[in-house]
Write a protein that binds this ligand. Structure first.
Ligand SMILES: Cc1cc2nc3c(=O)[nH]c(=O)nc-3n(C[C@H](O)[C@H](O)[C@H](O)COP(=O)(O)O)c2cc1C
Length: 279
């Protein structure tokens, strides 16, 4: 595939890969493309760790909330924010290196790293590979760093898992462009239209309100928003005989547990890595 629009429009996340290996030549093309990405200041404050070793992939799968498809994928690319090279050069030249201490450079590094990762994803599509991001890598950074010898001034940011797909994964539903694009100025969408767009997007989402789901989401509502929201949720779920996407994701999956949402572990890890970004 080589038309850029075909590549973008046919991209979909893949979580099931065939045994076919990804050749070194192919991987090289993808990584060369990724390293051509734009970056804030042109600093290229990122590194990519290429992982093919089965034992390492198994460990990574376990460290990413047991997403075991990671183990089965031929290649993992770990994208890290990396100010190590910059810091080392600044120490010797010498030049001030305030970049490791301020929020702006943190933000710029995250953006640059993500752009690099997505360039790799699109290049992979051009090679008839499929990929998926794994964001959960940041929940266990200490262990990931130990596993991959990640030194000071480097922080894992996101992982991309790729390979040849077992079958072409279904395209996920997306919001209509008109929901996302504003003409000249921001225009808020009326709540009825918004709900309509949401219902359209998740038209095929079909999750039944089992007791376990309802009880758990009820508890989350209670904890985050109070009894009124909890009761409103329960009667909505039972009336419509359905758990909606946001009820599931925000009420059941993404929870303030084990340091999952506030990422205090990641903030502490960054300090240990030499960054004062968020202080
Ligand atoms: C930053 C980021 C983190 C993600 N983390 C995960 C993950 O940990 N596990 C997973 O299966 N998918 C993950 N995804 C993939 C999304 O679930 C997927 O992109 C989304 O459902 C839309 O589907 P599509 O990519 O097929 O369009 C992540 C995507 C992004 C952009």
């Amino acid at each position: 595939m080589d038309n850029i629009y075909d590549i973008i429009n046919n991209r979909s996340s893949c979580r099931s890969f065939s045994d076919r290996e990804v050749s070194d030549e192919c991987l090289e093309k993808i990584l060369n493309a990724a390293c051509k990405s734009p970056s804030a200041g042109g600093f290229q404050a990122y590194s990519i760790i290429k992982i093919k070793n089965s034992k390492t992939k198994k460990k990574l799968a376990e460290l990413c909330r047991n997403q075991m498809f990671i183990e089965k994928a031929p290649v993992c690319l770990l994208f890290c924010i990396d100010y190590r090279r910059i810091k080392k050069i600044c120490d010797v030249l010498p030049a001030p290196c305030e970049a490791i201490n301020n929020f702006m450079d943190f933000w710029m590094a995250v953006l640059s790293t993500a752009i690099c990762a997505h360039t790799a994803c699109l290049a992979a599509e051009a090679e008839n590979l499929k990929s998926v991001y794994v964001g959960n890598i940041i929940n266990t950074v200490d262990k990931v760093s130990e596993l991959l010898n990640i030194p000071k001034y480097v922080c894992p940011s996101v992982m991309v898992v790729l390979g040849y797909p077992k079958s072409i994964p279904a395209m996920s539903e997306k919001y209509n462009r008109t929901v996302l694009v504003h003409d000249e100025k921001y225009k808020d969408i009326e709540i009825d239209s918004l709900i309509n767009e949401y219902e359209n997007k998740y038209e095929n989402w079909n999750m039944k309100p089992t007791k376990k789901l309802v009880d758990n989401i009820y508890d989350t509502c209670l904890r985050y928003d109070g009894i009124e929201m909890a009761e409103k949720f329960r009667s909505n779920a039972l009336n419509f005989n359905k758990i909606s996407a946001y009820q599931f994701w925000f009420g059941y999956y993404y929870l303030k547990q084990d340091d999952f949402l506030d990422l205090s572990g990641y903030v502490n890890y960054m300090k240990k890595q030499g960054f004062k970004w968020l202080e």
